[in-house]
Design a protein around this ligand. Sequence first.
Ligand code: NAD
Length: 501
Amino acid sequence: MATKTAEPPAHSRVPNGPTLLRNYIGGRFVDGGRPFDVVDPATGRVHAIAHEADQAIVDAAVAAARKAVEGEWGRMTLAKRRAMLNAVADGIERRFDDFLEAEIADTGKPHELAHHLDIPRGAANFRVFADAIANLSTETFEMDTPDGGKALNYAVRKPLGVVGVISPWNLPLLLMTWKVAPALACGNAVIVKPSEETPSSTTLLGEVMSEVGMPDGVFNVIHGFGPESAGEMLTSHPGVRAITFTGETRTGAAIMRSAAPSVKALSFELGGKNPAIVFADADMDAALAGLSRAVFLNTGQVCLAPERIYVERPVFDAFVAGMKVRAEAMKPGLPHDAGVNFGPLISAEHRDKVLGYYRSAVEDGATVVTGGGVPDLAGEAAGGFFVQPTLWTGLAHDARVCREEIFGPCAAIIPFDGEEEAVRMANDTEYGLASSIWTTNLSRAHRVGKAMEVGISWVNCWFLRDLRTPFGGAKMSGVGREGGEHSINFYSEPTNICIKL
Ligand code: NAD
């Protein structure tokens, strides 16, 4: 059973030793069952030890969350709830450097990237959803009744109750808060199961919740793995009403099965095999800048990153040459070293997987334009899980690396002749997350933008989005849409009240 730890609660640092990451249940940090190592992927060293939640801890988390929804949190005025969300954003900003170090230690990503993307977005998510619930409305219908009278129908929005949040390792704070913020905005209580690879920033958010006076049980954290561990205990728990998940498509399928007996609401943001299309009329400098960023940002570990780039034949050679120059300018190394803009992959296991794809591309006849192996790094980084930025040409459209999600810093560049062929090849995938089209032809931009079978279709840009817009995947890239009112619709449910007048 969970035991309460001494103050100060969690995330305590052993001098010169690993950080201890405990579960956060009902406003308290509690030890778990089996501890497990958390490795810094930039060096390969253990930097933290997390406590795996057992069934008793998961049960305690559900009970604490339920109590919060039925208690002070459930009764809180909208104005106060919005103030709490903004206070959480302030709290993240106040401890910006702690979040930065936690995120960098877990992921090994360059300091610049975490500083400009992950941590600010973590705070911004709370502000966006504090705003999103400011002016909520529901529909009202006055109807004629069979007896010649009237009845008034109106809907009231209510929280779902206890929401399970399962998050991945690539953008840990950003993607976790993207789910937690709207869930809390709607009045739910959450239980977060962060990735076992990146539990630090979620644990730290528990500290912030305590610091800002969030009522106990509104935000809970359980650590552990997926199958037969905290993840599955959460998805199968009868006391959890909804699961919101970001991760691999096959994990989504497993969660669907596990959540089915208790018929939970599900929102899934899943894997992708995203295409980019570069037309001959594109602004070539912009396309090269945009797509080199898209392929190599976060070492390719972005669900929206293109791993297939279709280029119209007249500009194919120029595009490949330009991408090669940009790939070779990437600087791998330790997160805090000057000029480093390219981090490691998340784990030794993931590096082996990506290198397996690098070999597979060669076996399938690829010409390796650049990369294809492991960079030669000295010092501490020599123990990190680095691979080279890699580009291929000469691959058939149905080669394995053109079909399966790799989640690494690599792309196959394939020539096309004409818009129809480009659209056909781009859509020839079981996934449907994102696409990025580069053209200066306005009609084509609208036409091809719409023809893409994806959740988000970018034109002359990538990774740009107003957070109020719908976000999600088509085909096997997701279930449902989040963002702005789409999130509100998922994390709340209306009760229609029909009054005979
Ligand atoms: P993953 O599916 O391996 O793990 C994600 C989370 O699910 C982790 O917390 C893990 O512990 C948990 N989990 C695993 N098996 C489980 C089970 N059976 N029951 C309950 N929980 C389980 O994904 P990952 O490797 O952490 O992340 C990379 C994947 O995430 C890629 O496929 C990427 O495309 C996808 N992703 C999608 C989006 C999006 O918005 N669509 C965003 C980021 C990442």
